[in-house]
Each structure stands twice: as structure tokens, then as C-alpha cells.
Design a protein around this ligand. Structure first.
Ligand code: SF4
Length: 208
């Protein structure tokens, strides 16, 4: 049974894709075949994920050239809300953090995990991602998750501030091909997809 990402699912439901459900499922199946071939040729999950990241970055940079993206370095409202990730993405982040001497504040993660995910964005003092630096840049940028790589908007940046504009309509740019890729990746991975703070906490907690 093939699953599809929540974003892709809502795109289809809203009729915002010019492709039929069958074409989309064929796209996911094709991506799955390619990913399985990479796996079969001995590529580790880490290498595969890095390959997918560079593929998504290329697609996003092409999309940026065609659209009026307003996201800029240092504008980090999107780093102050829940970010869903896969366990494989978090393993890569933890490995990168260890290699680069980046400490991860477990107490902070525990306080975040005590909140419902949809309340993170509205909780000052706990909304920021654990990897967001004081200057609003990302301390693990080269291995940031797919959700961070593919999220861009075309609205004025100040409207992304949920505290100031809790009901603002955001013009999020969504690329159907990237959503197909994300769906294919989700199908290949084991483990639960959840908020970065929760998956990180699970991975850092000693197993009983
Ligand atoms: S991982 Fe980096 S880009 Fe993603 S939310 Fe955290 S600070 Fe922002």
C-alpha cells in the first residue's frame, strides 16, 4: 500500500494539482523504484538522504527563479513552529551535531515536548527550534530536514509571525514533484514521523 505525504494529500483534495491521482501514484512508485535501486546498489540510508537533499535543493532553487519568494537569511518565523521529520533525518542531524561540537539542549526539548505540537508556534520562549541560533540562522543548516528545505513563501515576511498575525493567510509555494519525492521517501522509512523536538528526544533518550 502506497502512502502519500499530508501536504500532497491536501493538494489533491483541494484540486491544486494538474495531475490525476493515478499519475501522482505512478510518480511516487517511480521514485520508490529509483530509491530502491540506489539502496540495492549499496547506498546507505545516509548517502541516499543526502542525495535526496541535494535533489530537492536543486528543484527549490529552480522554483525560486520562477517565483517571487520572499524568504531571506535571518528571517526565521518558520523556525518557530513545529517541524515534522523522519527518524532517518534526525539520525543525520545528531551525527552532524556530534561531529561539529553542537550541543543539544535536552531540557528545552522536554519542555517543548510537553506542549501539543500545534501550540508550539504560539508559545513564546518555547517556539524556537533547538537549532536556531540567536542571530536567527540554523546551526545544522547543511543537514536541515526536508520540511525546512521545501518551505518557502511569497507573502511579506512579517505575515509569517504567528504571534502578530495568528490568522494570516500565507502564500506557501508548493512543488508537486518535491511532494511526490517526500511521499516516496516517507514510504521507504521505518519509524514514526513526528515533530523534530520529539523524534530528537526519543533518539537522545537511553533505551530501556
Ligand atoms: S532545523 Fe534549522 S531551518 Fe529547520 S527549523 Fe530548525 S533552525 Fe530552522
Amino acid at each position: 500500500m502506497l502512502g502519500i505525504s499530508t501536504t500532497l494529500h491536501s493538494l489533491i483534495q483541494q484540486g491544486k494539482s494538474d495531475r490525476s491521482m493515478q499519475e501522482i501514484l505512478d510518480g511516487i512508485f517511480g521514485m520508490l523504484q529509483q530509491l530502491k535501486q540506489m539502496q540495492g546498489s549499496g547506498a546507505s540510508p545516509r548517502v541516499m538522504l543526502l542525495g535526496i537533499y541535494s535533489f530537492v535543493d536543486k528543484m527549490m532553487s529552480e522554483a525560486r527563479d520562477l517565483q517571487s519568494v520572499s524568504c531571506r537569511k535571518g528571517c526565521a518565523f518558520c523556525c518557530k513552529m513545529n517541524v515534522d521529520v523522519t527518524p532517518m533525518e534526525v539520525m543525520l542531524i545528531v551525527e552532524y551535531a556530534k561531529r561539529n561540537g553542537i550541543s543539544i539542549d535536552k531540557d528545552y526539548l522536554q519542555r517543548q515536548a510537553a506542549l501539543p505540537k500545534d501550540q508550539l508556534a504560539f508559545t513564546p520562549g518555547l517556539s524556537a527550534c533547538v537549532f536556531l541560533r540567536p542571530d536567527n540562522t540554523c546551526s545544522i543548516y547543511p543537514v536541515r530536514p526536508l520540511a525546512c528545505r521545501k518551505y518557502v513563501v511569497a507573502n511579506p515576511p512579517e505575515r509569517c509571525n504567528p504571534e502578530a498575525y495568528p490568522k494570516a493567510r500565507l502564500d506557501v509555494l508548493i512543488d508537486v514533484d518535491i511532494e511526490i519525492l517526500v511521499s516516496a521517501l516517507d514510504n521507504l522509512q521505518l519509524g514514526k514521523i513526528d515533530g523534530l523536538h520529539k523524534v530528537l528526544l526519543d533518539l537522545l533518550s537511553p533505551q530501556s
